[in-house]
Design a protein around this ligand. Structure first.
Ligand code: ZN
Ligand code: ZN
Length: 354
């Protein structure tokens, strides 16, 4: 397990809905930023799939999912082969329809908040937490964080020009808390993305791309860990990636300050690996949870059990004996030379059962 790491970017909009780029342009941006796969999730359409864009395209594996919903309760679905009729007031029906097609999905930007200074306050929240059958949720969404952080247009423009990562650097604590609560009941996968649209701003003679794909693809990425190399056959490779996304065999890493490639989190017993991220394992005999931070980093590692930190360390490689059942996950913070540690990596959990 974990022999192969593949870096991808999920939650991308193309010109099949309200993104500005064609699939070819997005693939090109992915190539230039060193991605292995991308997940296109246009609003309520699988048009790109019907037009033959799913699978290997110029060395990048393209997944075509869809983001279902209109004014609220957006749901990112993968593994579906037909469009789904959606009612915003009934997301349970959407979740069930995705599952009935053999697909799976995540709640999109569930913690999004309104901000009158950004897009006239338009926002797309998730309105209830008692829906069932979803695979996971988006804990880190670049665009949502931008929407809610700055409270004047001048501040938006200033920070866009001088530090466009700043607003998105710290995911909302409420959503992460919600994730921990949900994962206490059943496995819940967390993913992150940017909700990339690369909005075009028309300035007369020139058009500017606001948050270009290439910029965003260097930020909140999905790092999949697979035991086999990705197949060169599109259908097989898609199954490999979708399987890992469904079971949470990946971590979310922001590659903005320093590449998160090389991070590992796994459970060992008698020196042998018994579970990776998304895996379940019995509590007895105890397992040792090992975290390896990316080489060359200045990191701060936390192991979280059932939502509470149980270990914090500046060591690159740490081991923690897990003697009781619980949902264990790891967070790594990037330590700049000055200032506070910045969120860098969120692992998916390992579930230790009674
Ligand atoms: Zn959305
Ligand atoms: Zn979106």
């Amino acid at each position: 397990m974990d022999r192969y790491e593949y870096i991808g970017h999920l939650h991308i909009h193309s010109n099949y809905s309200d993104g500005s780029g064609s699939i070819r342009e997005i693939v090109q941006a992915g190539r230039e930023t060193g991605l292995d796969f991308i997940g296109i999730t246009d609003h309520n359409t699988l048009g790109a799939r019907r037009d033959g864009y799913e699978g290997w395209q110029d060395g990048i594996l393209v997944l075509i999912g869809q983001e279902l919903g209109y004014k609220k309760n957006h749901y990112i679905a993968f593994g579906t082969d037909r469009e789904i009729s959606v009612e915003d007031e009934n997301p349970q029906q959407t979740i069930n329809a995705v599952n009935a097609q053999g697909g799976f999905g995540y709640l999109a930007h569930p913690g999004e908040k309104s901000n009158p200074a950004f897009l006239e306050g338009t926002y797309y929240p998730w309105d209830r937490w008692d829906y069932k059958g979803f695979c996971g949720l988006e804990i880190w969404n670049f665009s949502s964080l931008w929407k809610e952080t700055f409270h004047s247009r001048l501040a938006v423009l200033f920070w866009y020009c001088f530090d466009r990562y700043r607003a998105a650097a710290v995911p909302g604590a409420e959503v992460i808390e919600k994730w921990d609560q949900l994962a206490a009941e059943r496995p819940v996968v967390a993913f992150g993305g940017t909700d990339a649209h690369a909005y075009l701003v028309n300035l007369g003679i020139i058009k500017l791309s606001f948050f270009a794909y290439k910029f965003l693809f260097r930020t909140i990425n999905t790092h999949l860990l697979l035991d086999r190399e990705l197949s060169r056959q599109s259908a097989v490779a898609l199954e490999q990636v979708l399987g890992a996304l469904r079971r949470g065999a990946f971590f979310i890493g922001s590659d903005y300050f320093f590449p998160s490639k090389g991070f590992r989190f796994a459970a060992f017993r008698d020196g042998k690996k018994v579970a990776g991220m998304g895996g379940e394992i019995d509590c007895s005999p105890p397992v040792v949870l090992c975290v390896s931070s990316p080489p060359g980093c200045r990191g701060l590692v936390r192991i979280i059990a059932d939502g509470q930190p149980v270990l914090e360390s500046r060591e690159r490689d740490i081991a923690f004996e897990a003697c009781r059942p619980g949902v264990y996950r790891a967070e790594v913070y990037w330590r700049p030379l000055q200032g506070r540690p910045i969120p860098w990596i969120y692992s998916n959990p390992i579930y230790i059962k009674d």
